[in-house]
Design a protein around this ligand. Structure first.
Ligand SMILES: Cc1cc2nc3c(=O)[nH]c(=O)nc-3n(C[C@H](O)[C@H](O)[C@H](O)COP(=O)(O)OP(=O)(O)OC[C@H]3O[C@@H](n4cnc5c(N)ncnc54)[C@H](O)[C@@H]3O)c2cc1C
Length: 112
């Protein structure tokens, strides 16, 4: 699966920096196939928008997985339950929910 050459990343605080490969998942299947193919001892770490302050979204010598392309949002107006992709921002979820006169209030993981 294609990853970038080692690229420098930092957290929001810019106090820690490290080199890592980047894999951009285009779909859930893409992600599953990539995870199954990982052999590096440094493994792979999913990332969001790299806004955490410290090093929690860094993986020196390993791979970072960009999930921003997984941005599907399905809202059931009857139940108020939204099922979203891992790359969905709170902002995008708010905009989608407001179209149904809803606002995000509870977040939980669910096996799909
Ligand atoms: C200006 C500013 C204001 C802030 N204000 C607040 C605040 O008021 N309240 C608050 O709680 N926080 C606040 N934060 C902190 C920020 O909201 C959190 O650090 C948040 O986790 C950043 O989200 P991110 O998507 O950028 O995550 P990243 O920095 O990309 O990742 C953070 C961690 O989450 C993991 N992760 C990311 N995506 C996934 C995924 N899909 N699956 C599994 N793990 C994943 C990463 O591996 C990493 O360990 C603020 C940050 C900034 C810069």
């Amino acid at each position: 699966m294609p990853t970038t050459n080692p690229t420098q990343f930092s957290g929001w605080g810019n106090n820690f920096r490290s080199l890592a490969h980047l894999f951009s998942a285009g779909s859930a299947d893409d992600l599953q196939n990539f995870v199954n193919s990982i052999h590096s001892s440094r493994g792979a770490l999913p990332i969001g928008l790299h806004r955490s302050y410290g090093d929690s979204a860094l993986n020196s010598g390993g791979t970072l997985i960009d999930l921003s392309a997984l941005h599907s949002i399905q809202i059931d107006p009857a139940t108020g339950i939204a099922v979203v992709g891992a790359g969905v921002t709170i902002s995008a979820l708010e905009r989608a929910a407001l179209k149904h006169s809803l606002f995000p209030s509870k977040f939980f993981d669910q096996d799909l």
